[in-house]
Write a protein that binds this ligand. Structure first.
Ligand code: THU
Length: 161
C-alpha cells in the first residue's frame, strides 16, 4: 500500500475590486445576468458569463421547471450555448454568481457536482482548462485555475473504452 496526496491551490480575493480588469468585468456581468434566471421554485438565481478563446462572451442562467429535476443550472446552460454557437472553441474563464432572493448572496458559489462533471468534459473536449471565478453579489471571490481541480477522480470518456 502507498498513500498519495491530492492538492490544489486557489486564490481568494476580498472583493471584486481586487481582480484584474477583465476578471472584474466577467464577474460583474455574471452578477447582472442573474436577473435573467428562471428560478421561481428555488428563488436562487444563478448567472454565469464566460470569455471564449475567440474573444466571444457567452452567458447562461439557471432554468427551472415545475417538474423540478428538469431544471438546468446556469453553468450547463452556458456550456450548451457555447458549444452550439462556437463549437470546438475553448473557454478561457467562466465567472459564476447568484442572487438568493430569500437570503444572503455574499458567500462564493461553487458549481454543483453535475456541473463539475460537465465542465471537466468540456475542458477535455477542447483541450484547455477553464478558469473559474466564483462569488456572490458581493464579498469574497475565489478563483480556481481549472474546473478539473474541483472533481478529482472524475469519470471520463476514456473510462468507457
Ligand atoms: N444552481 C445553479 O444554476 N448553479 C450552481 O452552481 C448551483 C445551483 C441552480 C440549480 C437550481 O435552479 C437552483 O440553483 C437551486 O439549487
Amino acid at each position: 500500500m502507498k498513500k498519495e496526496d491530492y492538492h490544489f491551490s486557489y486564490e481568494v480575493y476580498d472583493s471584486i475590486n481586487d481582480l484584474t480588469g477583465q476578471d472584474a468585468l466577467l464577474l460583474s456581468e455574471a452578477r447582472k445576468v442573474t436577473a435573467s434566471a428562471y428560478a421561481p421554485y428555488s428563488n436562487f438565481n444563478v448567472g454565469a458569463v464566460a470569455e471564449l478563446e475567440n474573444g466571444e462572451i457567452v452567458k447562461g442562467t439557471n432554468q427551472e421547471n415545475a417538474s423540478y429535476p428538469v431544471g438546468l443550472c446556469a453553468e450547463r446552460s452556458l456550456l450548451a450555448s457555447a458549444a452550439s454557437l462556437f463549437p470546438n472553441v475553448a473557454i478561457n474563464t467562466m465567472a459564476i454568481s447568484y442572487n438568493n432572493v430569500n437570503g444572503q448572496s455574499n458567500r462564493p458559489i461553487s458549481p454543483c457536482g453535475m456541473c463539475r462533471q460537465s465542465l471537466v468534459e468540456y475542458e477535455e473536449r477542447v483541450n484547455k482548462p477553464i478558469r473559474l471565478i466564483m462569488s456572490g453579489q458581493e464579498g469574497k471571490v475565489i478563483v480556481v485555475e481549472k474546473a478539473d481541480a474541483l472533481l478529482p477522480f472524475s469519470f471520463r470518456s476514456e473510462d468507457l473504452k
